[in-house]
Design a protein around this ligand. Structure first.
Ligand SMILES: C[S@@+](CC[C@H](N)C(=O)[O-])C[C@H]1O[C@@H](n2cnc3c(N)ncnc32)[C@H](O)[C@@H]1O
Length: 410
């Protein structure tokens, strides 16, 4: 028979009986999609992998612990034949053919009546890639095409402009600590679809260079020692642009709600009746220490970590931080915005009982090409900042966790 291209179709399997023969690696890879499709799955196999067993234990499928037997493929809609026994697979696919059940075969694509495409999902769309005929089958190639399409749709490098649904309103996007790869998939996609981006000096600035020329980028930088745009002005800019029906992204460093004043913007938008969606980001408080080889917790060393703002010195009456209590904690202290105040903070912690020898690390511009780490102790922190000219943005980690990783200077 002349080879014709396979006919692509989406099976709606909710509540419909599907039989999977074999419980090995192939079944393990294919089962999640069948479960996600809501299929009523019976898996027939004397043995299964631990992951497949976990699916059975979770009630996601019914596992019959036995080999395939003639009659297993009656009254079903679809079969996945993937045992390690070629003869059993051949008998099963013959039964599927007799019963007019579409069947996929892991060991012999020519004998199958259906092929599983390489699939991926992006924003309510399933991308499914099949080679045209059996001779040209190249699963790695189809998977690579799938990856390219899905990745492109997710990160916005592949845009379908005529069908793109523009979402007027504001997305408050956490951009992560600085490395452009550390923004979330959702954040990157919203950025790619924005009309206006209002950004800070922190976060993934490199992503802004990728934006199309029609995107208006507004710098709301609140530089530590320079001119700054008042929060009110930022709120007004967000409101004004959103009222013009534009898709506005407010791009922030790290997570919007970790010293990011994100909720003030959410509140202002709510008062103005403007839709706002919040996209969490990877906070520098955890990721910057991690990027410098410091885990904020470690078994047997630190069972808690506390993130503190150091922007107000301990002896300043505006300080809301209970430094004496923090000095008593045995876990890790992570200080943000603390470069200018670290000498006073260290002095206060020591005065309230923390050992002067407690290890401390300052990580400047973490996750970026300019990242650097300066190690010190609580007693030497102030000097270290001056000697090494540590500048913001920097995360300061205080605690034994500083020394648990491989020594960066060894
Ligand atoms: C206003 S706070 C914003 C924190 C941000 N929302 C987050 O979740 O990471 C700014 C402080 O975060 C820290 N920070 C942010 N990004 C950093 C980076 N890439 N390297 C070092 N510190 C960083 C610094 O302590 C900086 O002074």
């Amino acid at each position: 028979m002349a080879e014709h291209p396979a006919y692509p179709v989406g099976l709606r399997l909710t509540g419909r009986r599907v039989v999977v023969l074999g419980g090995g690696e192939v079944a393990q890879r294919r089962l999640p999609a069948l479960i996600a499709a809501g299929a009523d799955i019976t898996l027939v196999s004397p043995e299964v992998t631990p992951s497949v067993e976990a699916m059975a234990d979770a009630g996601e499928l019914t596992w019959e612990r036995r080999p395939y037997a003639d009659g297993d493929l009656t009254d079903i809609w679809y079969a996945l034949i993937a045992t390690s026994d070629h003869d059993a697979n051949t008998r099963a696919s013959a039964e599927a053919e007799r019963n007019r059940v579409w069947c996929v075969r892991s060991d012999d694509a020519d004998e199958a009546t259906a092929w599983t495409p390489a699939t991926g999902h992006s924003e309510g769309v399933t991308v499914a890639v099949l080679t045209t005929d059996a001779k040209g089958r190249d699963p790695r190639h189809t998977a690579a095409i799938r990856d390219a399409v899905v990745e492109g749709l997710r990160d916005g490098t592949l845009v379908a402009p005529h069908h793109r649904t523009r979402a007027p309103g504001v997305a408050l996007v956490g951009g992560g600590p600085g490395d452009p790869d550390l923004i979330t998939v959702r954040g990157r996609r919203l950025l790619a679809a924005a009309d206006v981006v209002i950004t800070d000096h922190l976060g993934p600035r490199d992503l802004l260079t990728e934006l199309p020329p029609n995107v208006e980028v507004i710098d709301a930088a609140k530089l530590p020692y320079g001119r700054f745009m008042a929060q009110e002005a930022i709120n007004n800019a967000l409101i004004e642009h959103a009222k013009q029906g534009k898709s506005v992204v407010r791009l922030k460093g790290g997570d919007p709600f970790v010293y990011g004043r994100g909720m003030e913007e959410v509140q202002a938008l709510a008062e103005a009746g403007i839709a706002c969606t919040v996209v969490p980001g990877i906070s520098s408080s955890i990721s910057v220490p991690g990027a410098a080889g410091i885990p904020v917790t470690h078994r047997g060393v630190a069972h808690e970590f506390t993130v503190v703002s150091g922007h107000i010195a301990p002896d300043d009456e505006r300080s809301l931080v209970d430094w004496p209590s923090l000095a008593k904690l045995t876990g890790t202290l992570v200080i943000l915005m603390g470069v200018a105040t670290i000498a006073k903070v260290a002095e206060t912690l020591i005065a309230h009982g923390k050992s002067p020898d407690t290890p401390l690390a300052l990580i400047q511009e973490g996750t970026t090409a300019a990242q650097r780490r300066v190690d010190a102790t609580l007693a030497t922190a102030g000097e270290a900042v001056l000697a090494h000219e540590v500048k913001p943005p920097a995360v300061i980690v205080i605690g034994e966790v500083v020394n648990v990783g491989p020594n960066p200077s060894a």
